[in-house]
Write a protein that binds this ligand. Structure first.
Ligand code: KG4
Ligand code: ZN
Length: 330
């Protein structure tokens, strides 16, 4: 049994968690930065980095206190080393290095995407490799065949915006504020998903890639026409995203008959309409559908600690001079 401390600071959540190799989450804390970024309608990288500086140390002390352990009880320290906003990533990685050095413990530099990709295995012990993963977050929209720890085959990615980015931009132009995804989902419940005719970019194409920029522009035009209720625009936009994700995932599922399950992860996986549609899709392919609980979908420290636990079990640790990487494809 090993105990891993995980640190996350790649975007606008400052988070830490203690997770062991038996999948026990001993403690986890997340602090968002809504109040700081709200006036700007989106994440301001410099403000985010400064907020991580202020919050990370108390959060680490907090999770150690919650679990009633000291650093001496930890076997390794995992920190997000990219991809993400470089200032924030550096805060978390440097903190991880300092703790590892001070406590004489190994450092594990975790790819944030690997954190999302492996998090479903923290929630579901029966989830076995290989599985087909739809990774939908603010920065990424990918279909990956997860073959093992550190072994990923990327089947598709977005040619422009990520799905979460489309939610955030749509929320901004509909005046729903930041963070956008939950706001769009909330108001969409009062809207008619068929009310506004919107495009489904790339639906029907043979390769399972994604595109959302045209959809966002179409929402902007429809909103500018003044003919539609905001709730109808939000519901129609969300339905268009659902249709794109389902169609693209369908192509990938057909190409991966050996996948043990169809899995969704990343912040957008917190969306109820998307989860429901993907559940139906998995059933059509006779695949188990796995989606982590909502708190594990959006950025958190437990997914980084768990990816650290998986890497530690595989003997993968990193030198203290490893660099932060703003871009880092899986
Ligand atoms: O994984 P995540 O927390 O951070 C990144 O790694 O990007 O994902 C954040 C993204 C944001 O774009 C946010 O708007 C979106 O996930 N999101 C949602 C929902 N909750 C969060 N999108 C749609 N519906 C939601 N309920
Ligand atoms: Zn993320």
């Amino acid at each position: 049994m090993s105990l891993i401390l995980g640190l996350e600071s790649s975007c606008d959540e400052t988070a830490a968690a203690l997770v062991d190799s038996e999948r026990r989450i001993l403690a986890h804390r997340v602090a968002g930065q809504e109040a700081e970024h709200q006036p700007y309608g989106g994440v301001v990288p410099e403000i985010a980095a400064r907020a991580h500086v202020d919050r990370l140390a108390p959060i680490v002390e907090g999770v150690l206190a919650d679990a009633g352990v000291t650093l001496a009880a930890v076997d390794a320290i995992a920190a997000t080393a990219g991809p993400g906003l470089i200032g924030g990533v550096m805060v978390g990685l440097v903190t991880g290095k300092a703790l590892a050095h001070a406590a004489g413990k190994p450092l594990i530099a975790v790819n944030h995407l690997e954190g999302h990709a492996l998090s479903p295995r923290l929630a579901d012990p029966s989830l076995a490799f290989p599985y087909l993963l739809l990774l939908v977050s603010g920065g990424h929209c990918q279909l990956l065949l997860v073959k093992g720890v550190g072994d990923y085959r990327r089947l598709a990615t977005t040619i422009d915006d990520a799905a979460g980015e489309a939610f955030d931009k749509t929320a901004k132009l509909l005046g729903l504020g930041y963070p956008g995804g939950p706001a769009v989902e909330r108001i969409a419940r009062d809207g008619d998903p068929q009310a506004v005719a919107l495009p489904r970019p790339l639906v029907g194409s043979a390769e399972p890639h994604f595109s959302f920029a045209g959809l966002k522009s179409a929402v902007a035009r429809a909103a500018a026409s003044g003919e539609h209720r905001v709730a109808d625009l939000a519901a129609s936009f969300q339905q268009a995203v659902v249709d794109c994700l389902v169609d693209r995932s369908r192509i990938a599922l057909a190409a991966c008959p050996d996948a043990t399950a169809f899995v969704v992860a990343g912040g957008v996986a917190a969306n109820g309409a998307i989860r429901a549609a993907l559940t139906d899709l998995a059933a059509r392919f006779d695949k188990a559908f796995v989606a982590p609980p909502l708190w594990l979908c959006t950025d958190n420290g437990a997914m980084i600690a768990w990816a650290g636990a998986e890497r530690f079990a595989a003997g993968l640790t990193d030198p203290l001079d490893i660099a932060a990487r703003p871009r880092w494809p899986l």
